[in-house]
Design a binder for this molecule. Structure first.
Ligand code: ATP
Ligand code: MG
Length: 406
């Protein structure tokens, strides 16, 4: 038997090899001022600002020159003006104050508007949940939504994309917020405000993910026997109460497996976005996923008369030049109709590469792409952001703003 493998030992040694290697790489990568979170988001051109704020380019140029309180911006190459994300927010505030844009283009909650809470949900792995969540968060943040992202995946890729690594840096995570009190040590959950971290993207804060979310699952099972604490399904919704006034949108990135944390997010949410990748196997598993999701909702609905504002599907990693995908896309659109977003998240090596280097689209330099490639991905993500934006506006009783061509 001696030649055979003792799996625990072998796996543990692989784990420590990778761990050590990663730590070394991290030290290189994240020497002082080398972490990507040390740098601000890139500045944006007037054309980009006009797109984000849904104001016509020529009107915006005029407003920038004539309205009081507009930020100066910075002159860059070619004598063009650029504005930071903070300055875009200032411009938007001036336009709103001066009556140039109404509430349908100013995504701040008014008294009585419920916090929008969007769960990006599909139990299938690798369907772009995280890539979509990160890019959507950045597009919506630039449009003025104050966003809290909650990373429920123990793999914490969403947090990684913002260079937040709670486990490695010894910071509080969503686990510390949701955990149960430990009668032995007296340790208990912390307020969500103690786990929230600002990011280098104005308007986006994060409650980081953590490996220890797997413990939440065990503790939840144990809590059924002990019958103690707030029931698991209420734990996210309850924690969010404390920050209800601070954010317009809460976004949940979820892991690709059923868990108590996912059910709690589904319970807290007001809207659901289901990313689907355009493969036959994905479509076959879709019906099963939806059945499971429906029974999860039944559990949730038993506790409360729970209503969603919207549930939408979005096709991801979509390549219209692939005939098989084109066929699947039309199949889905025929059968799911208006429940499918009109815009697809296009497949692109730039996004796949972005996954490796951890850069969402808005963090990449448009100049480093073929114009057409950049525009194709931009239009795809911006279109998805517009549609989600419209759903939230509808939920707040506002008539969504229809973009005209600039
Ligand atoms: N539009 C896209 N075009 C090309 N590659 C993509 C696209 N979206 C995601 N990817 C790549 O596919 C892989 C899976 O994406 P992502 O991590 O976003 O999926 P996920 O659903 O969050 O996965 P998981 O289920 O593991 O959480 C990543 O390597 C990512 O870079
Ligand atoms: Mg993910």
């Amino acid at each position: 038997m001696s030649g055979r493998i003792l799996a625990s030992e072998q796996l543990m040694s692989f784990s420590s090899i990778i761990d050590t290697a990663l730590t070394q790489q991290r030290e290189l990568l994240y020497a002082p001022d080398q972490r990507k979170s040390d740098k601000p988001l890139r500045p944006f051109s007037v054309r980009e600002v006009s797109h984000a704020l849904k104001v016509k380019y020529n009107s915006l140029r005029q407003y920038l020159n004539t309205l009081e309180g507009m930020p100066a911006g910075t002159l860059e190459s070619g004598n063009r003006k650029y504005f930071t994300a903070e300055e875009i927010a200032e411009i938007q505030a001036v336009l709103h104050r001066e009556g140039k844009i109404g509430d349908e283009r100013f995504p701040r909650r008014n008294p009585g508007d419920a916090q929008a809470r969007l769960v990006v949900y599909n139990l299938k792995g690798g369907v772009s949940k995280t890539s979509l969540s990160v890019n959507l968060a950045q597009f919506l943040a630039l449009r003025g939504y104050r966003i809290l992202a909650v990373d429920l995946d123990p793999q914490a890729s969403f947090s990684d994309m913002f260079d937040i690594q709670a486990d490695l840096d010894g910071q509080a995570s969503i686990y510390d917020v949701l955990r149960y009190a430990d009668p032995a040590s007296g340790e208990g959950p912390i307020p969500i405000t103690d786990a929230i971290q600002a990011t280098y993207v104005p308007n986006i804060d994060i409650v980081p993910g953590s490996m220890s979310m797997t413990e939440f699952e065990y503790e939840t099972s144990a809590s059924f026997r002990a019958g103690d604490g707030t029931p698991f399904h209420r734990r996210i919704a309850d924690a969010l109460e404390q920050v209800d006034g601070y954010y317009d949108l809460v976004l949940f990135d979820t892991p690709p497996h059923m868990s108590f944390a996912v059910i709690a997010a589904v319970f807290a949410a007001t809207g659901m976005l289901i990313p689907l990748s355009a493969g036959m196997l994905d479509v076959v598993s879709l019906a099963k996923f939806l059945e499971l999701a429906a029974s999860t909702m039944q559990v949730v609905e038993q506790h409360q008369d729970k209503r969603y504002d919207f549930i939408r599907f979005v096709l991801t990693r979509y390549s219209a030049s692939d005939p098989a995908q084109l066929q699947l896309s039309s199949f889905l659109r025929t059968h799911l109709g208006g429940a499918m977003l009109k815009h697809d998240f296009v497949s692109s090596t730039a996004i796949a590469d972005a996954g490796n280097t951890m850069n969402p689209l808005l963090e990449l330099d448009p100049g480093s792409f073929h114009r057409k490639t950049y525009d194709r991905i931009f239009d795809s993500l911006s279109g998805i952001a517009d549609e989600v934006d419209s759903e939230i506006m509808r939920a707040w009783g506002r008539k969504p703003f229809e973009r005209e061509d600039n």
